[in-house]
Design a protein around this ligand. Structure first.
Ligand code: NAD
Ligand code: DAU
Length: 347
C-alpha cells in the first residue's frame, strides 16, 4: 500500500507515521507537510532513514503540487492530518485556518477523485460538536450530535468534515472520518496545554491557567488515537464517522497540578489569567461505536501516559529547546503578556 500522510511533521501525524512503519513495514509512507511553525523535520529523523518512507514538502492547498504528487506517488490511501490546529491562534487570525483546513481538504478530495483512491481518511476533532455543560456529566458527544462550533478553528474543521461527507455522497468517494478528543504524548508542540505547562514548570515560569481552570477535556494518549485510525483504515465502514475517546475527563487545573506534582514543583507557579474567548466548557466523547464495531479500546491510562509524556520532555530537551528559542518567544508574548492576572482562590 502507498499511504500519503499529510501533516506528518506535526504532533499526531508523526506519531502515526512511527506507529505505521512499525505495524505495517510492507507499506510505503509518503509524508506531505508544508512545515509551518508546527512542523519539524527533527521529529521525523527516525523515519528518514527507512527505505519505505519519503518526505515531500508541500502545501495541501497547492492544487498543482498536490496533483503532481498523486500522479507520481499513486497513493492507495490518504490520511489527512494537515491542519492549523491551535484554537488560540485561530482566534488571533482565522484566515489561514480556512485556507489550510477547508481549501486544503477540498484540494485533497479533488485529487482523490481525479486519480482514484481506496480510502480517504479525515482526521477530525471532537471540537466540531461544540461543548457540554459542566453540570450534566450524563451527556456525551455521539456521532449523531449536531455540529455546533465555537472557534474559527473548530468551524474550519467542521467545514472540512462536511466537504468529506459531501464528496462521499455526491461522488461516492470512499471516505471515513475520525473525531478524537484531546491527545497528549511525545512531539506535542509547546503551545498546547500539557507540553506548555511541562516546559514552563521546568523553567520555573508561571503556568497560565485560563479562567477558573475548571474547563474539562477528555485526554487520550496519542498512540491510542493512532491505533484507532489504523483500525478504521482496516475495518471501518466507508462513509462513516467514528468518535475516538477514552472516557478520561479532567479539569485543566487537575492536569496542571498533576504535572507540578510529577515534577516536584510548587503550585505557587499557577497563575489564573483571563479566559480564552468563546472557551468551550467540557468535551466528552462517547466511544461506543468504535468500541463495538471495531473492537477499539484505549490502552494507556492517564496516570501512565502523563508520566511517560513528562519523562519524554525531560529526555528530549534539545527537541523543545530548539522550538522555544525561535519565533515561539514572540508568539508567547503576543498570547500571554496581554492577559490579565485573575485573583481566583486556589482550588
Ligand atoms: P500540529 O499542529 O501539531 O501539526 C500540524 C501539521 O500540519 C504540521 O506538521 C504542519 O506543518 C502541517 N501543516 C499545516 N498546514 C499545512 C498545509 N497547508 N499543508 C501541509 N501541511 C500543513 O497538529 P496535531 O495536533 O498533530 O493535529 C493533527 C490533526 O489532528 C489536525 O487535523 C487536528 O485538527 C486533529 N486533531 C488534533 C487533536 C489534538 O489533541 N492535538 C485532537 C483531535 C484531532
Ligand atoms: O479536543 C481536540 C482538540 O484539542 C484539537 O482539535 C485541537 O487541535 C487541540 O489543540 C486541542 O484543543 P484545546 O483547545 O482543547 O487544547 P489546548 O491545549 O489549547 O487547551 C486545552 C485546555 O487548556 C483548554 O481548556 C484551554 C486551556 N489552556 C490552554 C493553554 C494553551 C489554559 O488554561 N492555558 C493555556 O496556556
Amino acid at each position: 500500500m502507498n499511504i500519503i500522510v499529510t501533516g506528518g511533521a506535526g504532533f499526531i501525524g508523526s506519531n502515526f507515521i512511527y506507529y505505521m512503519l512499525k505495524k505495517h513495514p510492507a507499506d510505503r509512507i509518503i509524508c506531505v507537510d508544508k512545515l509551518t511553525y508546527a512542523g519539524n523535520l527533527e521529529t521525523l529523523e527516525g523515519a528518514m532513514e527507512k527505505k519505505n518512507f519519503k518526505f515531500i514538502r508541500a502545501d495541501i492547498a497547492d492544487r498543482k503540487m498536490v496533483y503532481s504528487i498523486f500522479e507520481r506517488e499513486k497513493p492507495d490511501i490518504v490520511v489527512n492530518f494537515a491542519a492549523e490546529s491551535h484554537v488560540d491562534r485561530s482566534i488571533d487570525n482565522p484566515e489561514i485556518f480556512l485556507q489550510t483546513n477547508v481549501i486544503g481538504t477540498s484540494v485533497l478530495l479533488d485529487a482523490c477523485r481525479k486519480y482514484g483512491i481506496d480510502r480517504y481518511h479525515q482526521v477530525s476533532t471532537d471540537e466540531v460538536y461544540g461543548d457540554l455543560p459542566l453540570n450534566r456529566p450524563d451527556l456525551f458527544f455521539t456521532e449523531d450530535t449536531n455540529l455546533k462550533t465555537s472557534s474559527p478553528y473548530s468551524a474550519s474543521k467542521a467545514g472540512a468534515d462536511l466537504l468529506v461527507m459531501a464528496y462521499h455522497r455526491t461522488y461516492n468517494l470512499p471516505t471515513t472520518i475520525s473525531r478524537c478528543s484531546n491527545n497528549y504524548g511525545p512531539y506535542h508542540f509547546p503551545e498546547k496545554l500539557i507540553p506548555l505547562m511541562i516546559i514552563n514548570a521546568l523553567s520555573d515560569k508561571k503556568l497560565p491557567v485560563y479562567g477558573d481552570g475548571k474547563n474539562v477535556r477528555d485526554w487520550l494518549y496519542v498512540e491510542d488515537h493512532c491505533r484507532a485510525i489504523d483500525l478504521i483504515l482496516q475495518k471501518g465502514r466507508v462513509g462513516e464517522v467514528y468518535n475516538v475517546g477514552g472516557h478520561n475527563e479532567r479539569a485543566n487545573i487537575e492536569v496542571v497540578k498533576t504535572i507540578l506534582k510529577e515534577l516536584g514543583k510548587s503550585e505557587d507557579l499557577i497563575e489564573y489569567v483571563s479566559d480564552r474567548k468563546g472557551h468551550d466548557r467540557r468535551y466528552a466523547i462517547d466511544p461506543a461505536k468504535i468500541q463495538q464495531e471495531l473492537g477499539w479500546q484505549p490502552e494507556t491510562k492517564f496516570e501512565d501516559g502523563i508520566h511517560k509524556t513528562i519523562q519524554w520532555y525531560l529526555e528530549h530537551r534539545d527537541w523543545w529547546m530548539g522550538i522555544i528559542s525561535g519565533d515561539y518567544q514572540s508568539y508567547y508574548e503576543r498570547m500571554y503578556d496581554s492577559r490579565a492576572i485573575l485573583e481566583y482562590a486556589k482550588i
